[in-house]
Design a protein around this ligand. Structure first.
Ligand SMILES: [Fe+2]
Length: 145
């Protein structure tokens, strides 16, 4: 997949993730409700920021960012959740799995950007990579016994 196409898929994945994080924010149950409810709000705000930055980077590169949900769902790879209660433990497990996905997917874009000689895009996504790596460490620490 070429860089711009992959960035558009990344944007679509963030759009789906934005809703998925709201799903968890609303449906999480159990002993860690208050902690996770607040953390999930922080994460969907972060997804919204990334979404905007990736779309605007695509525009700066002369490409067209996907800006409709139907189009986003057609190219996204992130799986949505059903509208039903989910335990605190399952919520964290799902977040860990998704964060591992984001790390792989972000690394792929950094590689494509490097190959294309696009240092600014590589820098932008390296910033996201560091955030996701930090989040993964924190999520794993949260459930460690
Ligand atoms: Fe809320």
């Amino acid at each position: 997949m070429k860089l711009h196409e992959k960035m558009n898929q990344y944007l679509a994945n963030q759009q789906v993730m934005y809703m998925k994080l709201h799903n968890l924010h609303w449906y999480v149950k159990g002993h860690s409700f208050f902690t996770l409810h607040a953390k999930l709000e922080e994460l969907y705000d972060q997804a919204a920021d990334i979404m905007d930055e990736v779309a605007e980077r695509l525009l700066a590169l002369g490409a067209s960012p996907v800006a409709n949900l139907k189009g986003a769902l057609a190219i996204a790879r992130v799986e949505e959740l059903e509208d039903k209660p989910i335990s605190s433990t399952d919520t964290v497990q799902k977040l860990i799995k998704d964060t591992e996905f984001w790390i792989r997917d972000t690394q792929e874009i950094v590689s494509l950007a490097d190959e294309a000689g696009d240092g600014a895009t590589a820098d932008q996504f390296n910033g996201y990579l560091a955030e996701y790596q930090k989040l993964l460490w924190m999520l794993k620490s949260y459930i460690a016994s």
